[in-house]
Design a protein around this ligand. Structure first.
Ligand code: PFF
Length: 465
């Protein structure tokens, strides 16, 4: 195997990079998770705190990851080791990169299952399930509940949808960075935007837009809890795809001369806009139909279809809506597989196609843990007492509450304190005041903020209290 581990892939343009990174960022987190956690945590005040988290922590950490990837020009563990040794420090810092790739691997193992639900719902909506459930208003909610319940409790159904989605993801990644990833996002991202704006417009016309708008933007801090602040910070990480290997890998493919600061800001703005537009597409329907804004994870799959069934052109709109979710989830799933596939390609010297298939199959096998958790199979019901009650909950907890915050903390400390300042300065290429601001955020604000979340999520603050 060659000792030169540097990747030779590059995005063909700055635009391609922005599309791919925005594709990685925009996903189920924006359209499925953000609306319901906003609903559960008090609306406007939560949105406000979330925006602050993106601005003060999310963007600097994204810049830090990209700069490591770009400077190291290799997959995360090697890139971190390269940058650390360049600054005269131990190559053991590479653990940061390894943790990221591991987090990405684990996230994809459950993300792909939920992406599969969305694919199943395209089929349900398209075959008129929502409108036939709505034929009898008295049993509409119950019929939709049964539809969802049957899907998530059926191993064969979950397996079919998960496997189909995973196969498509493997196919794209096997085609490489330019031929696969870039081509996919070039079509899917503009399509996603068009569908999203179309649905928001429809929703504004037939739904209660005013109620949705005031729910999302009237800031009432009395509705915000400390838990809400922590959820907002955790979500900023998840939605921007931080600390999961991706942004380092995408940074390694960044052509020279592209501004890391400007592109990171643009990606964060695009991601946030999509989350807000998704809220403005979903909540008018929720309010117009008297549904519960704090319905939780079922908001998208159990509440909205109740409304779709009785709305004008509801089956068509429902189909388009779930197609949009599949596109969003797909562009994140390919990013997640890229991290593991690139690792196998570089570290194990595997050819691209073999790396994509091997990584995909390994993750598919892990996804069985989530499939069987949902279906209630006994071996998947693992309970350590604090990470939920099955493998799915455990993976979610482990990635969102442990690996991501810890990874983000280490990344900001690494770039803030370990990496050579001249190197960062050269790579960021910012005016002095801008550079100083980013460094203050990376050295102090991000680590302390993350430490606060982390301590809380693993229950340390409860012990102190
Ligand atoms: N950012 C994606 C979303 O919001 O759905 C989720 C995600 C993708 C997280 C890729 C992490 C990642 F590496």
């Amino acid at each position: 195997m060659s000792t030169d581990t540097h990747v030779s892939n590059r995005w063909s343009s700055r635009y391609a990079y922005i599309l791919a990174a925005t594709g990685a960022a925009v996903g189920l987190g924006n359209i499925w998770k953000f609306p319901y956690i906003m609903g559960e945590n008090g609306g406007g005040a939560f949105v406000f705190v979330y925006l602050i988290c993106v601005l003060l922590i999310g963007i600097p950490v994204m810049m830090a990851e990209v700069v490591i990837g770009k400077r190291g020009r290799s997959t995360p563990a090697n890139a971190v080791a390269h940058v650390a040794t360049e600054a005269g420090h131990s190559s053991h810092w590479s653990i940061i990169g390894t943790m990221g790739v591991l987090a990405g691997f684990l996230i994809l193992s459950f993300y792909i299952v939920i992406a599969g639900w969305a694919a199943a719902y395209v089929f349900y909506a398209g075959s008129g399930e929502f409108s036939s459930a709505a034929a009898d208003p008295a049993t509409n909610a119950e019929a939709i509940g049964t539809l969802f319940g049957n899907l998530v409790s059926s191993v064969p159904q979950l397996l079919v949808w998960t496997t189909l989605t995973m196969t498509a993801v493997i196919y794209v990644i096997s085609k490489g960075v330019k031929g696969g990833l870039e081509t996919a996002v070039t079509y899917l991202m503009p399509a996603l935007l068009v569908l999203l704006v179309a649905i928001m417009t429809y929703s504004a016309v037939v739904g209660d837009f005013a109620a949705a708008f005031s729910f999302m933007f009237d800031i009432d801090f009395s509705k915000l809890t400390i838990e809400g602040v922590l959820v907002a910070l955790g979500h900023a990480f998840f939605t921007l795809s931080l600390a999961s290997g991706i942004m380092m890998v995408y940074g390694a493919y960044l052509p020279d001369g592209v501004s890391i600061a400007k592109t990171s800001i643009m990606i964060a703005i695009a991601d946030t806009m999509v989350a807000l537009i998704a809220g403005l597409a979903i909540y008018p329907i929720v309010f117009a139909h008297g549904l519960e804004p704090s319905a939780g994870p079922g908001l998208l799959f159990q509440s909205l279809p109740i409304a779709f069934g009785s709305m004008p052109m509801g089956d068509v709109v429902g189909t388009v809506f779930f197609v949009m979710i599949v596109f969003a989830a797909f562009t994140s799933a390919i990013a997640l597989l890229e991290a593991t596939a690139a690792y196998l390609e570089e570290r194990q010297g595997m050819p691209r196609v073999k790396a994509a298939i091997t990584a995909g199959i390994a993750i598919w096998i892990c996804s069985l843990g989530t499939v069987f958790s949902l279906a209630g199979t006994e071996w998947a019901q693992i309970n350590f007492g604090f990470m939920g009650s099955n493998i799915f909950d455990m993976l979610d907890y482990l990635t969102a509450n442990i690996l991501m915050p810890l990874g983000g903390l280490l990344i900001s400390v690494f770039v803030g304190w370990i990496m050579k300042t001249e190197v960062i300065k050269e790579e960021f290429n910012l005016a002095q005041w801008q550079f100083t601001t980013v460094m203050v955020l990376l050295r102090w604000v991000a680590p302390l903020g993350i430490l606060f979340v982390f301590a809380n999520s693993v229950g340390l603050l409860d012990v102190i209290k």
